[in-house]
Design a protein around this ligand. Structure first.
Ligand SMILES: Nc1ncnc2c1ncn2[C@@H]1O[C@H](COP(=O)(O)OP(=O)(O)OP(=O)(O)O)[C@@H](O)[C@H]1O
Length: 246
């Protein structure tokens, strides 16, 4: 499988020139191939969101190297980065970011309109059907349940057919049943559509869906588990053990 993201000694220092520079990521080297399902775990403040933001090119690194599809990020112009994000990346956040003044249908179609892409009605119908939100398309987000708005946010991401989904604590506001549904859906698009998923989570049940887990401590990779190396039970129990330290 093609390598999509590679970092070498990636380092992030916030406010480097101030009296209080903050070393948030410290020489992170990793490689992510197409079709993988990666989770990033670690204590609060360990650097997980910073790493996600840099890998998705939303934020800049301070030192080290980041390659996207083999291309050095320092050699990419802002418009090349914007193009990469538009064509390749989808985000799922904890608070879903739906617009209350738009209907559910309009919310889902918004990214297509913003990037001046045509709406493929069959594709739209398939996605909202799979996510079971067909009957709320004319409602507004404030009229929907948390589980429904979460599925709308997923639909809005998938309508753009991203190659990579970045998810930051996507189940953070959901109950156990809704969390499981979201994770099963992410697993489905990962396995069937080969969408690469890179997800930050605190929850070992969420992390168990991944094929690899990076554990970050004080901005450094402290542990890297691969599901292939172990049986599922062993992988899961290692994740549970690590998450007990969180
Ligand atoms: N814009 C910023 N300016 C200065 N320091 C920052 C900034 N953003 C994050 N930090 C600091 O960098 C470190 C890593 O932050 P980050 O948000 O990546 O951690 P995290 O592991 O995602 O935490 P959490 O689980 O609480 O969301 C923390 O010490 C944080 O306070």
């Amino acid at each position: 499988m093609e390598e999509i993201i590679k970092t070498e000694m990636l380092t992030k220092i916030y406010n480097p020139l101030s009296q209080n520079p903050k070393l948030a990521l410290d020489q992170i080297s990793l490689s992510i191939k197409e079709g993988e399902f990666i989770t990033i775990m670690g204590k609060s403040g360990s650097g997980k969101t910073t790493l996600l933001n840099i890998l998705s090119t939303i934020d800049d690194l301070t030192k080290g190297k980041l390659f996207i599809y083999g291309k050095n990020i320092f050699e990419m112009s802002d418009s090349e980065k914007a193009h990469f994000r538009k064509e390749n990346i989808g985000f799922i956040f904890q608070n879903f970011n739906l617009l209350d003044t738009l209907t559910i249908r309009e919310n889902i179609q918004l990214p297509l309109k913003l990037s001046k892409k045509k709406i493929d009605q069959d594709d739209f119908d398939r996605i909202v059907g799979e996510l079971e939100i067909t009957d709320i398309l004319d409602k507004y987000p404030f009229e929907c349940s948390g589980g429904q708005t979460q599925r709308v946010a997923v639909a809005r991401t998938l309508i753009m057919h991203p190659k990579i989904i970045f998810a930051d604590e996507p189940t953070g506001n959901l109950d156990g049943v809704r969390s499981k549904q979201l994770m099963q859906y992410l697993e489905k698009v990962n396995q069937e559509d080969k969408i690469t998923v890179i997800m930050v989570t605190h929850d070992p049940l969420d992390a168990a869906y991944s094929s690899q887990m990076y554990y970050i401590e004080d901005g450094k990779i402290k542990d890297h588990l691969m599901k292939n190396d172990d049986s599922f039970d062993t992988y899961f129990s290692k994740i549970v053990k690590i998450s007990m330290e969180l």
